[in-house]
Design a protein around this ligand. Structure first.
Ligand code: KG4
Ligand code: ZN
Length: 341
């Protein structure tokens, strides 16, 4: 089954053709992220204008690269939320138009849940069948959510952030340290030297909090970290390279410690056989290292499939989607992730 998938929830416009939920025939991504840098954050109006310009060429390219025409497509999948309304509308209305004109079934997709399914792309079906129950952690710019998966179709929300998302904590710190708006990657890169120094015995001169790490719930909280970092920044008179790399290192350690500890706690609680992660923050090298050194089976998508992309939308639609009448599909910016089936 070939699914043409469309993702336009934020500043990436993406279209993909995915076969049987696991094989990527194409995955084209156009991003306007560089255009937002000078404003220090995503400007919704700019993002949606760029979506509008890119959507048709991106879909055309995805079909071309997959050597497909609409005749060889069995269904359309589209992100309906959560996300920015202006951006979502472009993908949703385009997908509805394609469904209307071609008569193909259309499958609405929650893009936060779809991040988990990036794990199933290009993977062997045996992994998909035998590693359940699993705990899935989605960590992106706007979400930090834990799910129980009893199989590739059944998802149950277990907990999430009560304030800022992990990606937001990375991004806000990055902005404070002068690295622009979507700075998780910058934090990772600048902490490398500090990681090496710590491994060769350098002692810590500050300790940031690990919010809710010992709390019984499976919730997260990252807003207090921001205040702690700000305090350290203001306390230090010299805002030099050393302080920047120390703070970057410490915030990454704090966020990754909490994410790993809570996810493993959930896995123990539900007797899970494996842990899957997804979303932009899942590309973080330190996070992956910490999960890999735990004893549980750990799966993460390749870095290119962690951030927003349409291939994972196509995979989700195959395993978990339901086709609906195109009239009923609406862009839903606040689409909930707190699902129970
Ligand atoms: O999933 P995504 O592409 O978009 C949303 O749905 O939000 O995630 C973007 C987030 C941003 O917060 C970005 O800073 C973060 O993922 N991110 C990273 C890394 N690469 C991207 N955070 C930490 N380490 C990285 N290497
Ligand atoms: Zn995302």
């Amino acid at each position: 089954m070939n699914i043409l998938a469309i993702e336009s929830s934020c500043d990436e416009t993406s279209a993909a053709v995915v076969k049987n939920g696991t094989v990527i025939l194409s995955n084209v991504i156009a991003s306007s992220s560089a255009m937002h840098e000078k404003y220090g954050g995503i400007v919704p109006e700019v993002a949606s204008r760029e979506q509008l310009k890119c959507i048709l060429p991106t879909i055309q390219e995805a079909l071309l690269q997959a050597h497909c025409t609409y005749d060889s497509i069995d269904a359309i999948a589209v992100t309906i939320g959560p996300g920015l309304i202006g951006s979502l509308l472009i993908g949703v209305e385009t997908a509805k138009t394609i469904a209307f004109v071609t008569g193909k079934p259309i499958i609405p997709v929650n893009h936060v849940l779809a991040h988990i399914y990036a794990n199933f792309l290009n993977s062997q079906l045996s992994i998909i069948n035998y590693q359940f129950p699993a705990i899935a952690l989605v960590v992106s710019g706007g979400h930090t959510e834990l799910f129980l998966m009893n199989n590739a179709r059944e998802l149950q929300w277990l907990g999430g952030t009560i304030d800022d998302a992990a990606g937001e904590a990375f991004d806000k710190t990055a902005r404070l340290l002068g690295f622009g708006s979507r700075g998780g990657l910058a934090i990772q890169e600048v902490s490398r030297s500090e990681i090496l120094l710590r491994r060769t015995g350098k002692k810590s001169c500050m300790k940031l909090p690990r919010p809710l790490i010992h709390d019984d719930t499976l919730n997260f909280s990252f807003s207090g970290l921001k205040t702690a970092i700000m305090r350290e920044w203001q306390k230090n008179p010299k805002h030099d390279k050393q302080l920047v790399s120390t703070l970057a290192y410490e915030v990454q350690e704090s966020i990754t410690d909490v994410l790993v500890s809570k996810t493993i706690h959930a896995a123990q609680q539900y007797d899970a056989k494996s842990i899957l992660i997804g979303g932009g923050v899942a590309s973080n090298i330190r996070l992956r290292e910490k999960f890999k050194s735990s004893t549980i089976n750990f799966f993460c998508p390749p870095v290119a499939l962690c951030t927003d992309n349409a291939a994972c939308i196509g995979s989700y639609a195959f395993f978990r989607g339901t086709a609906v009448d195109w009239h009923t599909i609406e862009a839903t910016p606040n689409l909930s992730v707190e699902i129970t089936e």
